[in-house]
Design a protein. Structure first.
Length: 748
């Protein structure tokens, strides 16, 4: 993310002369230009607060451009679009619809001024926004009736009064839109520095028919209930023939059922005379779309447009347990509906980038989606650090205009081993490590350390450890701080900050010793002042980061078999801990027990925020953390060297069969295994330029690689294809192979 201020030459921030910067303002801009020669490329840079739609010569070029503010508390994102394919010799018309939210939210900080900046420079011509453009407030766009969206959402519910519509304002230059005023240069306040959009434009799936439609008859109005194939981000559409002045209301089941939380987004439409069509530009989400129409409107054609983050569903996991196949399908759907401008906690109540949620979501995206999703993870990490307060505090969610409280537990997760460091492992993006290192270090310095290495409890502004009861909060924060330092230790080594690495290593050594001596009571980790039931989260978080000695594992298992306090957010760490300490069968057993109601519920295609469906949201992607475990442990795919230069495939075959595909920055990894009574078969595709450490359980008498025996009766048999072999692990026989297709057959 970098300011490209030097490339802006003469463009002015503009708005219609009549603009009052009121919330939910819609503005239409138009510019007629004459071109003698169409260049091969013509990159237009476009910045707005808050969203825009771009037409060139009547053809839609960008459908909902712009990102919510911002890259930091002051600055603004801009888009770059090649408009050359839409230009022609002679007269051209550039038209832009701008939606100014005009409100702060948990995902947006308003600049306080709705405006447009447009800059297209080529050797043949320059098109710059200035007072020569025409612009008007489009009064057809208004605010829908109460209940209004809750305070966390910067978006308003839209009412469109088609009686006030200016038809074809985008193309008809005989329509005078009015004058624009210039508000400042690129880089001027209140939009300040401009940062190039770091993520792709949304994927547009086009207008589609619903899975089913049912018209329910009422006394005054009817309701058309339309089924979507799954929970999705949609723009509802309809075509009708009507008389003027009738109101149609559009919402989803998330809005209808807002008693489970606060009100979300809806839309309203006032008809004009005759044939007409409408597409709601403010996206909403749900499993069903409701059109509430007057009884006089007998014929109505309804469709929807799904849009979403531009990533492909390249990941694949399947196994011989139908429950986990269904779980993964729901996890991916929940993940995707929670991705847009940012990772979201939920797409209806908040659309907020709670950073602990993003740790789980990014981890899922690395395995389930194409590498284009990496950009959203990078954006999240940069925003967390770039919104750092002057006193060094970090907070979430960001971007945010009406929230700034430090949520220390989630921040420590973000900057730690499973956040920033995990991003580096999956992407190899060393520059991001370097860019964010000092900000992370500055935040960690706010925490005070006792002489024995233990972390002093920081009251903070919201000491949240998880939803639920029996939270041993002091220990959770001590362990999460260790998670963060372990990530920083690894980062310091990569960045050649040797003195930092030595300092972190010394502290971790002291901490491990003191933590185990102080808080292990012989049966579990507990703070002496904590009086609740033993916290399963604490045992899990300690185990996944390697704090307990192996002798403690049976006691930890006993706790995890008897204590069930973790929310769906933290349960992934419980599962991971059980894999790490050698109890994979119970890992999948407990996870299934906890998620059974959620996964087997046929009403929803998504996972819930809490264990019960009457909880706050029914599409919360933090609950999909188990998907990571399917790839990382069941199929055993883990990056060892950054960017998958070296990776492991060491399955934990608790199922009879499993397979996985993962698109990585180094290429596609494919693996499948089958476990029979006396034979284990493993097939792996290793991308070019990488090496793979294959591993199988260390209880087979004979192992063959591509048909040639490499291991027999506890001894290595020479094979030129093996780069290295590791016999020191008690649980797994490991051997390293180069790129290619490998077939392992192990026999007892």
């Amino acid at each position: 993310m970098s300011l490209l201020g030097g490339n802006w030459q003469g463009a002015q921030w503009i708005c219609p002369e009549e603009n009052k910067n009121q919330a939910n303002t819609w503005m239409g801009f138009r510019k007629e230009v004459h071109i003698s020669k169409v260049p091969q490329t013509a990159f237009a840079k476009i910045a707005v607060d808050s969203k825009y739609w771009l037409w060139v010569n009547g053809e839609i070029v960008v459908r909902e451009g712009g990102l919510k503010r911002g890259p930091n508390p002051n600055d603004t994102y801009y888009d770059q679009v090649d408009v050359a394919p839409y230009l022609k010799k002679g007269k051209n018309i550039i038209s832009i619809l701008v939606w100014y939210f005009g409100k702060d939210g948990f995902s947006h900080k308003s600049s306080g001024k709705g405006a447009l900046l447009f800059d297209c420079q080529t050797p043949e011509f320059n098109i710059m926004s200035n007072r020569d453009w025409q612009g008007r407030i489009l009064s057809a766009y208004q605010t829908a009736s109460p209940p209004y969206p809750n305070f966390r959402l910067p978006e308003s519910s839209i009412l469109y009064d088609s009686r006030q519509e200016i038809e074809d304002w985008q193309n008809n230059t005989d329509i005078d839109l009015g004058e624009c005023v210039e508000l400042g240069d690129a880089g001027d306040s209140p939009w300040d520095n401009l940062y190039l959009r770091p993520i792709p434009f949304w994927k547009n799936y086009g207008l589609r028919g619903y899975t089913s439609e049912i018209r329910l008859t009422g006394n005054i109005q009817d309701t058309i209930v339309c089924e979507l194939p799954y929970n999705a981000q949609v723009s509802p559409y309809f075509r009708i023939d009507a008389v003027a002045g009738k109101k149609i209301t559009i919402c989803t089941d998330n809005y209808i059922d807002f008693e489970r939380g606060d009100a979300s987004i809806k839309a309203e439409y006032i008809t004009k005379d005759g044939a007409q069509e409408f597409e709601c530009l403010g996206w909403m989400n749900g499993h069903k779309v409701y059109y509430i129409v007057p009884k006089s409107i007998n014929k109505i054609e309804v469709k929807y447009r799904e849009t979403g983050y531009n990533a492909e569903f390249t990941g694949h996991f399947s196994c011989s347990d139908p429950f986990y196949n269904k779980f993964c399908k729901k996890a991916v759907r929940t993940l995707y509906v929670n991705m847009r401008d940012t990772y979201m906690d939920c797409p209806e109540r908040e659309r907020a980038q709670w950073t602990g949620d993003a740790v789980n979501e990014a981890g899922q995206a690395f395995y389930a989606l194409s590498t284009s999703a990496h950009a959203l993870t990078k954006k999240w990490l940069h925003e967390v650090i770039n919104w750092q307060k002057p006193n060094g505090q970090l907070f979430a969610p960001v971007p945010a205009g009406n929230w700034d409280k430090e949520l220390s537990g989630q921040i420590l997760s973000t900057i730690g081993y499973f956040g920033l460091w995990n991003y580096y492992l999956h992407t190899g993006d060393k520059q991001t490590l370097e860019d964010l290192y000092d900000g992370v270090k500055r935040y960690l310095s706010l925490w005070k350390i006792e002489e024995n290495g233990l972390v002093k409890f920081r009251a903070g502004e919201w000491q949240w450890g998880d939803w639920g009861d029996n939270i041993d909060i002091v220990l959770i924060h001590n362990i999460l701080y260790y998670h963060a330092i372990k990530g920083m230790y690894n980062s310091a080594l990569v960045l050649n900050k040797i003195s930092d690495a030595e300092h972190y290593n010394d502290w971790m050594t002291k901490f491990r010793k003191s933590f185990n001596e102080t808080y292990w009571n012989g049966t579990a980790y507990r703070h002496p002042d904590y009086t609740g039931a033993t916290d399963d989260r604490v045992q899990a978080l300690a185990a996944v980061i390697g704090l307990p000695e192996q002798s403690m594992y049976p006691a930890i298992l006993h706790v995890l078999k008897n204590e069930f306090h973790a929310s769906p957010y933290m349960e992934r760490y419980v599962m991971q801990a059980l894999f790490e300490i050698g109890y994979p069968e119970y890992a999948v057993e407990r996870y299934k027990k906890r998620f059974e109601e959620m996964v087997n519920n046929e009403e929803y295609s998504t996972l819930w925020e809490l264990w019960f469906k009457s909880g706050p949201t029914i599409n919360h992607a933090w609950s999909g953390g188990g998907l990571i475990m399917m790839y990382q442990y069941i199929c055993g795919i883990v990056p060892i060297k950054a960017g998958y230069k070296t990776f492991e495939v060491i399955p934990r075959p608790v199922f009879n069969k499993a397979s996985a595909n993962v698109e990585t920055v180094a290429g596609t990894i494919k693996t499948e295994f089958e476990k029979l009574e006396t034979v284990f078969k493993l097939n792996v595709q290793v991308p070019a330029g990488t090496t793979c450490i294959l591993g199988i359980e260390n209880n087979y008498e004979e192992v063959a690689l591509n048909g040639k025996i490499i291991w027999k009766k506890g001894e290595c048999v020479s094979n030129k294809n093996i780069l290295n072999i590791d016999v020191k692990d008690d649980r797994y026989l490991k051997f390293e192979v180069p790129n290619g297709k490998w077939r392992v057959t192990a026999t007892k």
